[in-house]
Write a protein that binds this ligand. Structure first.
Ligand SMILES: Nc1ncnc2c1ncn2[C@@H]1O[C@H](COP(=O)(O)OP(=O)(O)OP(=O)(O)O)[C@@H](O)[C@H]1O
Ligand SMILES: [Mg+2]
Length: 238
């Protein structure tokens, strides 16, 4: 479903040229559950942004379902991103003045979905992440783990075929990390959505089916993951 061909991203800072992503050929199929690991500065975030068409490559191509994304107009690209890709970030990026349901509704607002339909789908997504009873809470009235689950609901509300997550558990404790990964894994199994998770945490990577390791902007290894069984302690009733 997504493919890169010799994709490169270089940054110029003064005299220096930084090769953040330095020629990556990668193919990710529909329904995969994979992680991207590697030392700090190895290009993980840059690669994820290229995959999600948040950034254009310096050279090379990113193909989504066979379409070379460089041939799309900015409007077409925005549309593809909004409708097909969900993003989850380390810092949640929830709007503090909106409650959980309103935050989850946002992407549908951009897509001009009718308000009643928007609300219905937002509540459904919140239910999927086990937070149906927190719809009226603002982010400051939620725990870190709950905020990240709201962010996941927001990424899922458009029913994207691809979910890209950058350190989604970076700010969470072990138990909430477990819950968030379990949620992603269950969704992957139930809906066949593709998940691509950037992480520093070897434990998180151990739960995935494929582990891609980056080093200096290149793929150092691409191996089957352990697919370890999750056992979250004190799992709340969902
Ligand atoms: N906008 C930018 N301008 C210049 N250099 C950049 C920019 N963004 C990233 N870089 C550089 O590109 C390289 C890859 O950065 P990237 O953020 O992709 O790494 P990362 O693997 O995600 O690291 P971390 O684990 O710390 O998040 C780094 O050397 C970084 O300093
Ligand atoms: Mg990063």
């Amino acid at each position: 479903m997504i493919e890169t061909r010799s994709v490169r991203k270089t940054y110029r800072v003064g005299e220096q040229e930084i090769r953040a992503v330095d020629g990556i050929d990668l193919s990710i199929g529909a329904g995969e559950f994979l992680s991207i690991v590697g030392p700090s500065g190895s290009g993980k975030t840059t690669l994820l942004h290229l995959l999600g068409c948040l950034d254009a490559p310096t050279s090379g191509q990113v193909l989504i379902d066979g379409t070379d994304t460089s041939t799309l107009t900015p409007t077409e690209l925005t549309r593809l991103r909004r409708e097909r890709i969900g993003f989850v970030f380390q810092e949640f990026n929830l709007l503090p003045v909106l409650d959980a349901a309103e935050n989850v509704e946002l992407p549908l607002r951009y897509m001009k979905v009718h308000p009643a339909e928007r609300r219905r789908r937002a509540l459904e997504a919140l239910e999927q992440v086990g937070l149906a009873d927190r719809a009226r809470n603002r982010p400051s009235q939620l725990s870190g783990g709950e905020q990240q689950r709201v962010a996941i609901a927001r990424a899922l509300v458009t029913r994207p075929s691809l979910v890209l997550a950058d350190e989604p558990t970076g700010e969470l404790d072990t138990r909430n990390t477990c819950l968030v990964i379990e949620l992603m894994r269950d969704l992957n199994r139930e809906t066949g959505q593709t998940f691509c998770i950037v992480t520093h945490d070897p434990l998180v990577a151990s739960y995935t089916r494929r582990v891609i390791t980056l080093r200096d902007g290149r793929i150092a290894s691409d191996l089957p993951g352990e697919e370890a069984e999750l056992a979250c302690e004190g799992r709340p009733e969902v």
